[in-house]
Design a protein around this ligand. Sequence first.
Ligand code: PMP
Ligand code: GLU
Length: 399
Amino acid sequence: MNLYISRKAQSISPSSTLAIDAKFKAMKAKGIDVVGFGAGEPDFDTPSHIKEAAIKAINDGFTKYTPASGMPQLKQAVCRKLKRDNGLDYSPEQIVISNGAKHSLVNVFTAICDPGDEVIIPAPFWVSYPEMVKLADGVPVYVHTTEENGFKFTIEDLKKAITPRTRALILNSPSNPTGMVYTRDELKKIAEVAVENNIYVISDEIYEKLIYDGMEHVSIASFGDEIKDLTIIVNGVSKTYAMTGWRIGYTASNAQIAKVMGNVQSHATSNPNSMAQVASITALDGPQEDIEIMKKAFVERRDYMVDRINSIEGLSCVKPQGAFYVLMNIKKILGSEFYGTEINTSDEFADVLLEKAKVALVPGSGFGAEGYVRWSYATSMENIIEGLNRVEKFIKNEL
Ligand code: PMP
Ligand code: GLU
């Protein structure tokens, strides 16, 4: 049978992070001794006071539809969080609660893109951004950054990428996959360019709490009313509270955009899970100590991983300042033969490594970072040591 698939759907590639994770889990289920560094999700359990809030919500019968764009109480908790952590004043009608920050981002592009509108995406980027832009009939425009510049774009690069069709810039600080963090001064200059050119800034702040070495997270929305009006903050509970499976994300934006996103969501999904919303109120309003515990573990793991990678001949990486990823440079070993196969791309490297060393890393190709592979250090130190031992042996052809 000749089944028709729309051109748009055919143009969307699968998420490479989730594909590697699925491969890793399938191998593990077969009893294969594989070590996974694929999908980035905290290995910590959701704190118990948050779980208890959800259990109580179920027992109390809080099992019905809520308003499509989220419960007023959760929107208020998000407003309190934005004030407390980011010094920003928002009101509940400016907040939309969605099924994870991924869903929030899809809503954002749907709300702001007309066909052919351009969205500037600094590369390396998180795998889903270009596909989400394409889903909204937008056109991804890449601004390339280099390792030498700490994976940061310059103001000149940004200005060159802006055209009359530019609708938005995506900012992701701390970044997945580079771990780069923009400073207050850098953000201020980016805000000026956005205001001058009247373009939205989609500020994905999902890793804001996972930031190290005394760096501070600054939301670009905090540089005055004009940039605040143009900024759409995207955040969620997945990373900060080890709540990836609960699927709660949110946006803070001007009220007009929030309204249309709520309209879209009311047809697409209705409300996000009711008990997960209650649990998220507890996450945002409750004790925050668990974040520090996770952060401490992430710093130890990062330091070990970075030192080990840089001690292996042919591999290198810069030290990330946030999130929980290391982008490993494999350019020196490309073109060499490993176990009878010449490896020329990050995809080939990840494939042969998984097959021979049973280590799952995500190829840089999906992140706009050919010549790199991504590790996630949101996994135990034991796994990290084992994974690096295997990679070292693999590189030395000693497996
Ligand atoms: N933004 C970035 C940069 C991410 O890495 C992720 C991955 N979890 C998300 C958004 C989406 O997070 P979630 O949908 O789990 O809230
Ligand atoms: N954002 C995480 C990652 O990049 C989770 C997987 C995904 O949603 O892409 O690994």
